[in-house]
Design a binder for this molecule. Structure first.
Ligand code: NAD
Length: 481
């Protein structure tokens, strides 16, 4: 068996997978083969569920102050290994080292917040709800949960979930993206070193079959999913049929409104960072800029000045702002959107096709369209690449209408120096993550993360206090003595 073939982590031990199919993972900057992922299914998921169920019996009875101790150890190990983890993210995903390190730091903050479980799991009580009768509401863990992750934040996204779930007393299975499995491979080495009891945290590699096995397994209580909207919707629907608790975070098409009174230089830089950071493969990336009135002229000029400064290449090398796209297939999809934008009549101001970085990987340069109409495919669909669309609108009300018409609503931002505009935007915008003079409106670990409309399926968002609601059931105990 090849040295590059990855193992699952089940019941506290590395376990070779019997899966016949495997997925080759290539470094997207160099095209070098870096891992082979066993595409597990029912058998592998079932083995992990058995281990997690066995561990649950004693883990749920472990006092919460003791349950958070391995998380303290994991936090220390993550600090120590953060550079290695960031380098792994860059190697398998392509984003540059600073971006990778930023995502690792965000992940570590999840552990820090989850460690607050003894306070954050507190229930409520009231005496004499009727004469001589007291009432207590406690939060209890529910059993085995699973997370299904996307390729774009391979270290961070699983950390939105597992620290909270296990701190609450559940046991857990992570299914990393088959496109970027190595960060979680390293994560589980650290989890092993942190000495979580065997079976509390498990990892199964795979793709669609593993996801189906998770959805259909009767002993998995709930699922946290992050990925594209069609799959998020499918996971939500199918988990619902199985009676599972589910939160499914989907895709995005994020609007940015620019008012004529916005700080020009700051706004242009923030939009460029948002649209082209992580090569546009970010669910919070600016996708469509709605330039209100006179802002259109200075914005267009500013973007044309700023965007060519974005350096493109292998993100592991110094001085690189933007790395490659994740795969050749995805690069071809992004190039197809640029072709479509031209064919549909948008004005191509900067063309990222055919960029030569001197590397072998899958690069597309920063691309800018102006004159984009809502019915064009580049305005409607998630491109998930370095393509920014600009549309001119007359008023903030027009901008709000355009935003409200779009079926996706993950994040949205306004750039303005006017409190009135900022207030109207915050009040009316239907994306659940809203920014005022913020390019990437990313809630931190102690707030909930997740969009609205077709970008989110479920009720409770990821991390923050909502994680303690998602990963526990509330029991009310009414007593008379
Ligand atoms: P994806 O939907 O292709 O894959 C996500 C996960 O689902 C992977 O683990 C994959 O193995 C599995 N999967 C893929 N196809 C499946 C199918 N047909 N049936 C069952 N399982 C399937 O997403 P991706 O390409 O890995 O990630 C990019 C997407 O994720 C973008 O749409 C992006 O906006 C979204 N995303 C959203 C958020 C958010 O917070 N809303 C965060 C990160 C990424």
């Amino acid at each position: 068996m090849s040295d590059l073939r990855l193992a699952n982590y089940i019941g506290g031990a590395w376990t070779a997978s019997d899966a016949k199919q495997q997925h080759d993972v290539l470094n997207p900057a160099t095209t070098e083969l870096i891992a082979q992922v066993p595409m597990g299914g029912t058998a592998e998921v079932d083995a992990a569920v058995q281990a997690a169920r066995a561990a649950y019996a004693s883990w749920r009875r472990t006092p919460v102050v003791d349950r958070v101790q391995p998380l303290y150890r994991l936090k220390a190990l993550l600090e120590q290994h953060a550079p290695e983890l960031a380098a792994t993210v860059t190697r398998e995903n392509g984003k540059n080292l600073a971006e990778a390190m930023g995502s690792v730091r965000r992940g570590i903050q999840m552990v820090e917040v989850a460690i607050g479980a003894p306070s954050l799991m507190l229930g409520q009580s009231l005496e004499d709800v009727a004469s001589g009768i007291d009432c207590t509401s406690v939060r209890q863990p529910m059993g085995v949960f699973a997370a299904i992750a996307p390729f774009n934040f391979p270290a961070m996204v699983p950390m939105w979930f597992f620290p909270f779930a296990v701190a609450c007393g559940n046991t857990f299975i992570v299914k990393p993206s088959e496109q970027t499995p190595l960060s979680q491979q390293l994560m589980f080495e650290l989890i092993h070193e942190a000495e979580f009891p065997a079976g509390v945290l498990n990892m199964v590699h795979g793709g669609k079959d593993a996801v189906t096995a998770i959805i259909e397994h009767p002993d998995i209580e709930g699922v946290s999913f992050v990925g594209s909207s069609p799959v998020a919707e499918l996971v939500y629907r199918e988990c619902g049929k199985q009676g599972k608790r589910v939160q499914a975070l989907g895709g995005a098409k994020n609007f940015v409104v620019v008012m004529p009174d916005a700080d020009r230089e700051f706004t242009v830089k923030a939009i460029v960072d948002s649209a082209f950071g992580c090569c546009g493969e970010r669910c919070l990336a600016a996708a469509v800029v709605l330039a209100v009135g006179d802002s259109h002229e200075w914005l267009r000029k500013g973007l044309l000045e700023e965007m060519p400064k974005v350096t493109v290449g292998d993100g592991s090398k110094p001085g690189i702002d933007m790395g490659p796209l994740i795969t050749k297939t995805h690069m071809q999809k992004v190039l197809g959107y640029i072709d479509a934008g031209v064919n549909e009549g948008a004005e191509l101001l900067l063309d990222g096709r055919g960029i030569d970085t001197g590397e072998k990987g899958w690069f597309v340069g920063p691309t800018l369209f102006d004159g984009v109409h809502p019915e064009m495919s580049i305005a409607r669909e998630e491109i998930f690449g370095p393509v920014l669309c600009v549309s001119k609108v007359d008023t903030l009300d027009d901008a709000m209408q355009a935003i409200h018409k779009h079926p996706l609503a993950n994040a949205s931002s306004i750039f303005t120096t006017g409190g009135k505009h900022a207030r109207q935007f915050g009040y009316e915008v239907d994306a659940a993550m809203a920014g005022v003079n913020i390019g990437v409106a990313a809630p931190m670990a102690f707030f909930g993360f997740g969009g609205s409309k077709g970008s989110f399926f479920g009720d409770l968002k990821a991390h923050g206090r909502e994680a303690f609601d998602f990963y526990t059931d509330r029991k009310v105990i009414i007593s008379r003595w």
